[in-house]
Design a protein around this ligand. Structure first.
Ligand SMILES: *Cc1c(COP(=O)(O)O)cnc(C)c1O
Length: 417
C-alpha cells in the first residue's frame, strides 16, 4: 500500500504544486506518478504532441474553434438538474451534471473533438483510437467524421462481440474497426495494439487516447479537455444555490470524467471529493476494478500509476458489470490525489450499482449509464453519512447502451447488492 502524509506525496510534491500548475512537472510527473514509459521510437512523437497541445491550448483561435464545437455540435453547456425525488428519498440535495445529454451520450466526446481538432492542426493524415465498450470509439469516429479525418479504432474481439451496436455505429460514422485477437482481447489489448500501430508511423498518425491515462502529455491533455465539465458545474452550482456543494462525486475508470469534474474544485478545501470505482463482485484480485482503493504503484501503458497487479508485478484481469470502469489502471493524477488524500476513493459493487440505476430511472426519469450508476450509489452512501448535504454528481453518460446487460442479468437471476 502507498503511504500518505497530509498534503504531500512520497515524492515531496504537494496539492499546492498541482493547483499552481507545477504538476505535471517537466518530466510529466504528478509526484511519483505519470511520466513517459514508452519505446524509444515514440519519444519524439510524444514530444511533438506535448508541444503542439500546449501551443494549441494557448492559442485563442484554437480555443474558439473548440468552444464552437462544444456549443454547436455537442450541445454544451450540459444542464445541471436538481434531482428532486432522489434528494427527498436520500435526505440530501442532489444535483446532476448531465453529460448523458452531450452528443453521443457521454462525456467522452469533449475529449474526442478536442483531440481531433488538434490532430488536424498538427497535420496528421489519419487518426487511431482504442475502445473498450465502444463509447470512446464512437466519440472518436464521430469527431473524425465531423472533421473529415480517416479513423481506425482498435477494439478487443470480446468487447466487439459484447457491444455490437457500437461497432455498427462506428462503421456508419465511417471508421474502420480492427478487432484485436491478442492478449486479453479487451481494452488492455486494444491499447497495446494502438500503441503498436502508432510506433509504425509516429509522424503521420495521431493517437487519440480516450481517458486520463497513458504517457505524458495525455493525462494532462485529456484533463484540460474534460475540465469543461467541472468549470460549467462549479459556475452552475454557485448560480443555482449561491454556494459551492459540500461534496462532488464521480465514477472513476481511467478517470477522465472524474478529473474533469474534480479539477476546478481542487483549491476549494471545504469541498469533499469522492471518486467511485468498480467494486465488481468482491474484494479479491480479479473480482473488481477498484485501482485507487486496492492498487499498488507500477507501470502500464506508458505511465507509472496505481495498478491491480499480483506480487510478481503481473497486471491482473479485472471484473465489473460496467465495461467503462473495467480497467486495471487509473490515471496518474488520480494516483497522486489518492496518495495525498485530497480525493477519497471508494468501491461500489455490481449489485449496488444496478440498484442505483433502477432507483434513478424510477425516481428521476433518467436512465444513467452503469458507470454513472456507481457514482449514484456512492452519493447515496455519502448522503447517509452527511444528512442534508449538497451533493454534485457527475452523470457521465446515458444507459441505453446497457439495456442488453441488464436483460442478461435478469435472465441469470439478478444480482445481490
Ligand atoms: C468510458 C466511460 C466512463 C469511464 O471512463 P473515465 O475515463 O473514467 O471517465 C464513465 N462513464 C461513462 C458513461 C463512460 O462511457
Amino acid at each position: 500500500m502507498i503511504e500518505s502524509r497530509a498534503g504531500a506525496g512520497t515524492s515531496g510534491a504537494t496539492l499546492e504544486d498541482l493547483i499552481a500548475g507545477r504538476l505535471p512537472d517537466e518530466r510529466g510527473r504528478f509526484g511519483e506518478f505519470g511520466g513517459r514509459f514508452v519505446p524509444e521510437t515514440l519519444m519524439p512523437a510524444l514530444g511533438l504532441l506535448e508541444h503542439g497541445a500546449r501551443e494549441a491550448l494557448d492559442d485563442a483561435a484554437f480555443r474558439d474553434s473548440y468552444a464552437a464545437q462544444l456549443r454547436d455540435w455537442i450541445g454544451r453547456p450540459t444542464p445541471l438538474t436538481r434531482a428532486e425525488r432522489l434528494s427527498e428519498a436520500w435526505g440530501a440535495h442532489l444535483w446532476l451534471k448531465r453529460e448523458d445529454l452531450a452528443h453521443t451520450g457521454a462525456h467522452k466526446i469533449n475529449n474526442a473533438i478536442g483531440q481531433a481538432l488538434l490532430a488536424r492542426r498538427m497535420g496528421a493524415n489519419r487518426v487511431i483510437a482504442e475502445t473498450g465498450a465502444g463509447q470512446h470509439g464512437v466519440a472518436s469516429a464521430a469527431a473524425c467524421s465531423r472533421l473529415g479525418l480517416p479513423c481506425t479504432v482498435y477494439m478487443g474481439e470480446v468487447d466487439a462481440a459484447r457491444q455490437r451496436p457500437n461497432v455498427q455505429r462506428m462503421k456508419l460514422l465511417g471508421a474502420e474497426v480492427v478487432q484485436v485477437t491478442s492478449g486479453d482481447r479487451t481494452l488492455r489489448a486494444a491499447i497495446d495494439e494502438a500503441l503498436r500501430d502508432w510506433v509504425s508511423d509516429p509522424e503521420g498518425t495521431y493517437y487519440l487516447l480516450g481517458s486520463a491515462v497513458g504517457p505524458h502529455p495525455y493525462p494532462w491533455l485529456v484533463r484540460e479537455l474534460q475540465a469543461v465539465i467541472g468549470i460549467e458545474a462549479r459556475d452552475g452550482m454557485i448560480r443555482a444555490t449561491g454556494s459551492l456543494p459540500d461534496g462532488v462525486v464521480a465514477c472513476v475508470g481511467g478517470g477522465s470524467n472524474a478529473i474533469g469534474l474534480f479539477h476546478p474544485f481542487l483549491a476549494d478545501a471545504e469541498v469533499e471529493l469522492l471518486g467511485i470505482e468498480a467494486g465488481g463482485s468482491g474484494t479479491g484480485l480479479g473480482e473488481h476494478a477498484a485501482t485507487a482503493s486496492h492498487g499498488s504503484p507500477g507501470v502500464l501503458h506508458g505511465s507509472r500509476s496505481l495498478l491491480l497487479q499480483d506480487p510478481y508485478g503481473q497486471v491482473r484481469d479485472t471484473h465489473s458489470v460496467s465495461a467503462g470502469l473495467d480497467y486495471p489502471g487509473v490515471g496518474p493524477e488520480h494516483s497522486f490525489l489518492a496518495e495525498i488524500g485530497r480525493v477519497r476513493y471508494e468501491a461500489v459493487g455490481d449489485g449496488e450499482a444496478v440498484a442505483a440505476l433502477e432507483e434513478c430511472a424510477a425516481a428521476e426519469g433518467i436512465i444513467p449509464a452503469l458507470e454513472s450508476a456507481h457514482a449514484l450509489a456512492g452519493a447515496k452512501r455519502w448522503a447517509r453519512e452527511r444528512p442534508g448535504a449538497v451533493i454534485l454528481l457527475g452523470l457521465s453518460g446515458r444507459g441505453d447502451k446497457d439495456l442488453g446487460i441488464l436483460d442478461g442479468l435478469r435472465e441469470a437471476g439478478g444480482l445481490v447488492a
